[in-house]
Ligand binder design. Structure first.
Ligand SMILES: *[C@@H]1O[C@H](CO)[C@@H](O)[C@H](O)[C@H]1NC(C)=O
Ligand SMILES: *[C@@H]1O[C@H](CO)[C@@H](O)[C@H](O)[C@H]1NC(C)=O
Ligand SMILES: *[C@@H]1O[C@H](CO)[C@@H](O)[C@H](O)[C@H]1NC(C)=O
Ligand SMILES: *[C@@H]1O[C@H](CO)[C@@H](O)[C@H](O)[C@H]1NC(C)=O
Length: 269
């Protein structure tokens, strides 16, 4: 599946859960839909794939091959943008808002071929070739998958990526104030290494970062340790009032972040 990374790729790192914000009523019709259904509910083309990993996990991969504003030439070759969610979320993060504030839809409308991955164990990746999801073995993987690790340790992947966009990147958790991280920290099997978690200086991919000064998970102190380590840092913005979840659901996230991402891809920023 490396071809996904051929042209352009973004990986974004989040670490929040959003179910807690739902009101009981009125019920949004999307509440009971799966990812493909939400994509088509808004009138976008959707594709769904199962990807089997070397160790047998079956991961749900979703695609919006083109947008509504450029559907007249649906077979045109488009740059690939790959969106990867972070801790405790799933690919639904990219399509949960109105299309004008959801990164998945915005990128499709901006002319890109959007792919959205789901980490093992998330709602859309709970299948395995031979393990049951209620078995201990199924869950015996490291819950924290850091993309910076992949890029700094597997050059073959890094080579295929034009720009890496990191939103609220989690690099070390030394200063994290998230209760969840603090709790996880006590389970040695979940998070071992305090800081830093990997050697970012080995990563050569052009990187743009956005961070929030009110982020409890990707704490500003941890981010300050990360930033000078990024070798090929092309853009950085700090948003004083952003917490972790605002990078997905902030009312002004289009103006503060998504619009800049599209501008950077298009070479305008
Ligand atoms: C999502 O819903 C559609 C329509 O009911 C169905 O075809 C598809 O298999 C579902 N996908 C998943 C992952 O459940
Ligand atoms: C559609 O895209 C294809 C492939 O990129 C291109 O060759 C063709 O000229 C495009 N057609 C129109 C009408 O833009
Ligand atoms: C998105 O659309 C809604 C409804 O039309 C509108 O109220 C909102 O201001 C729009 N947001 C952006 C970022 O354009
Ligand atoms: C890093 O990128 C630069 C510029 O693209 C390139 O010249 C250099 O060889 C790369 N270094 C490594 C270790 O990949």
């Amino acid at each position: 599946m490396w071809y996904l990374f051929k042209m352009l790729s973004f990986i974004l790192i989040f670490g929040t859960t959003h179910g807690t914000f739902q009101n009981r009523r009125p019920v949004n019709p999307e509440a009971n839909m799966n990812i493909s259904q939400i994509i088509s509910y808004w009138g976008y083309p959707d594709e769904e794939y199962d990807i089997t990993t070397e160790d047998g996990y079956i991961l749900g991969l979703y695609r919006i091959p083109y947008g509504k504003t450029n559907s007249d030439n649906s077979s045109a070759q488009r740059l690939v943008v790959y969106l990867q969610h972070g801790l405790l979320t799933s690919a639904s993060s990219w399509i949960s808002n109105l299309p004008n504030s959801s990164l998945g839809f915005l990128l499709a409308d901006a002319g890109y071929d959007v792919w959205m991955g789901n980490s093992r164990g998330t709602t859309w990746s709970r299948k395995h070739l031979y393990l049951e999801t209620n078995s201990k073995e199924f869950w015996a993987f490291s819950k924290v998958v850091f993309t910076f690790v992949t890029f700094s340790t597997i050059p073959k992947i890094a080579e295929r990526i034009k720009i890496f966009f990191a939103l609220a990147p989690v690099f070390s958790i030394k200063y994290s104030k998230s209760p969840l991280i603090k709790m996880a920290y006590n389970w040695k099997s979940v998070i071992k290494t305090t800081s830093p978690l990997y050697n970012v200086a080995n990563m050569n991919v052009s990187t743009a970062t956005w961070s929030g000064e009110s982020d409890l998970l990707a704490d500003p102190e941890d981010v300050n340790i990360l930033l000078p380590e990024i070798r090929n840092h092309i853009y950085h913005k700090t948003i004083s009032y952003y917490n972790h979840i605002d990078f997905l659901f902030g009312l002004d996230v289009y103006h503060q972040v998504y619009h800049e991402i599209i501008d950077i891809i298009q070479g305008n920023l």
